[in-house]
Design a protein around this ligand. Structure first.
Ligand SMILES: Nc1ncnc2c1ncn2[C@@H]1O[C@H](COP(=O)(O)OP(=O)(O)OP(=O)(O)O)[C@@H](O)[C@H]1O
Ligand SMILES: [Mg+2]
Length: 353
C-alpha cells in the first residue's frame, strides 16, 4: 500500500471543534460571548486560515482551542477534540492542568498576535529554547544536545544559530524574532501550530520570507496549521481552506478555491472584493458599508443583514445556520450561513488571487 500523502488522513481529524462558545467575564454579573457555536474539523497536514474583521473573535477562538485565554475568558460550551500523538482522543476542555501543560508545546503550540514581545527580554534566545525543552520533556538531555537541536530548528527558518542563540531578543530584527518564535513553537514537534497574525507587523519582503519558510516547514514536518490573518493574499497562499468569521460566528468555510472563486456568503465576497487586484484593471475597491454589530447586540435575524446587499425580509427574521452546500470529505465541504447561499454565485470582483 502506498503511504497517504500529508493532508490525506488515514483515520479522522486531528482537531474536531464542536459547538464551541467562548466568553469573557466583563463585570460581576456580565459576560460577553465572543465566539458562538463554532464547529469545524481539521485533518492532519491541513492548514486553515481564519479571516474576518477586527473584533470578530479570531484570536479568542485560537486561544480558546489551546485554553490559553486570559483569566476572565472561558470556553463555556462545546468540545475541542484532539487526537494525540499516541493515538487517543482527548477533549482539551477536560484536560487536567498537568496534562494540559504537556499538551501545549508537545501536541499543539501557538505563536501569539503581537508575538514580537513574546520573548522575555532579559533571556538570551538559547535560554528560551533550553527552558522550553526542559519544561516539557520527560527525559533530561545534556545541554549540548539541546543546543544542537535548537540550532537545527533555527536553521530550518534560515537563521544563523551562532548569531541568534547567544543574542537577546532586542538584538534581533522583527523578522528574525518572528522566525525564531516559529522555530521555538516547533521545538517539540507539535502536530498543530496556531499562528495569530504571523506577518502583520513585518515589512513586505520579510513577510514573504516568513511565508516561504512556513510553507517549507510544513512540507518538512507536516504539521497542521490554523492561522489567523487579515491578509487574504496570505490566506490564499498558505491555506488549504478558509473559515470566515463574523460577529463571533463561523459563517462560511470551504477550500481556498471555493472561498476565493465561489464565495456563497455576501460577507466573504465583500471581504475579498475589498482587496485591490494585483493584476488586471484597477478599480476602486468597494468598502463594506457600516461596521460589524457588537457581539452581544446582534439583530434577531442574520447578523450581517444590516450591511448585506442581498438582504430580504426573511433575513431579518431568521438566523441562518451554517449549512453544507457541497459535501466533501476531510472537512473540506463548502458551507455557508446565508439563506440565499443557493442562489447565483457572488462576485468577488477585483479580489485575490
Ligand atoms: N480579555 C477580554 N475581555 C473582554 N472582552 C474581550 C477580551 N479580549 C477580547 N474581547 C472581546 O472579544 C471580541 C473578540 O475579540 P478578538 O480579539 O478575539 O477579535 P479578533 O478577531 O482577534 O480581532 P483582531 O483582528 O483585531 O485581532 C471583541 O468584541 C473583543 O472586544
Ligand atoms: Mg486578534
Amino acid at each position: 500500500m502506498t503511504p497517504k500523502p500529508p493532508g490525506r488522513a488515514a483515520d479522522g481529524p486531528l482537531l474536531s471543534v464542536r459547538g464551541v462558545d467562548v466568553g469573557y467575564r466583563t463585570g460581576r454579573r456580565t459576560r460577553l460571548t465572543a465566539v458562538h457555536d463554532v464547529s469545524f474539523d481539521l485533518y492532519p497536514g491541513q492548514s486553515m486560515a481564519l479571516v474576518g474583521e477586527s473584533g470578530c473573535g479570531k484570536t479568542t477562538l485560537g486561544l480558546g482551542l489551546l485554553r490559553l485565554l486570559p483569566r476572565t475568558g472561558t470556553v463555556s460550551a462545546g468540545q475541542v477534540l484532539f487526537r494525540r500523538k499516541r493515538g487517543d482522543e482527548v477533549d482539551v476542555r477536560t484536560l487536567a492542568e498537568e496534562d494540559l501543560r504537556r499538551f501545549r508545546w508537545n501536541e499543539a503550540a501557538m505563536v501569539f498576535q503581537g508575538a514580537m514581545n513574546a520573548f522575555n527580554p532579559v533571556l538570551r534566545v538559547e535560554e528560551h529554547f533550553l527552558d522550553t525543552f526542559r519544561a516539557h520533556e520527560h527525559t533530561r538531555r545534556p545541554r549540548a544536545e539541546l543546543l544542537e537541536e535548537s540550532a537545527e530548528l533555527l536553521e530550518m527558518v534560515r537563521l544563523d544559530p551562532a548569531r541568534v542563540l547567544p543574542s537577546h531578543p532586542h538584538e534581533l530584527s522583527g523578522g528574525m524574532r518572528q522566525r525564531a518564535l516559529i522555530a521555538l513553537a516547533l521545538a517539540l514537534r507539535p502536530q498543530l501550530l496556531i499562528l495569530d497574525e504571523p506577518t502583520t507587523a513585518l515589512d513586505v519582503l520579510t513577510q514573504r520570507s516568513v511565508v516561504e519558510q512556513l510553507t517549507e516547514l510544513r512540507e518538512r514536518l507536516s504539521f497542521s496549521m490554523v492561522f489567523i490573518t487579515h491578509d487574504l493574499g496570505l490566506a490564499a497562499e498558505l491555506a488549504d481552506r478558509v473559515g470566515t468569521m463574523y460577529a463571533g460566528r463561523l459563517i462560511e468555510t470551504g477550500t481556498t478555491r471555493d472561498l476565493f472563486h465561489r464565495a456563497r456568503h455576501p460577507y466573504t465576497s465583500a471581504l475579498i472584493g475589498s482587496v485591490p487586484p494585483v493584476v488586471g484593471d484597477l478599480h476602486v475597491p468597494e468598502p463594506l458599508p457600516g461596521g460589524p454589530p457588537g457581539i452581544d447586540e446582534l439583530p434577531p435575524g442574520c447578523p450581517f443583514a444590516p450591511r448585506c446587499p442581498r438582504v430580504t425580509e426573511e433575513c431579518t427574521a431568521t438566523r441562518p445556520e451554517l449549512r453544507v452546500l457541497h459535501p466533501r470529505d476531510e472537512g473540506l465541504s463548502h458551507a455557508a450561513a446565508c439563506l440565499h447561499a443557493d442562489g447565483a454565485e457572488l462576485s468577488t470582483r477585483g479580489g485575490h488571487p
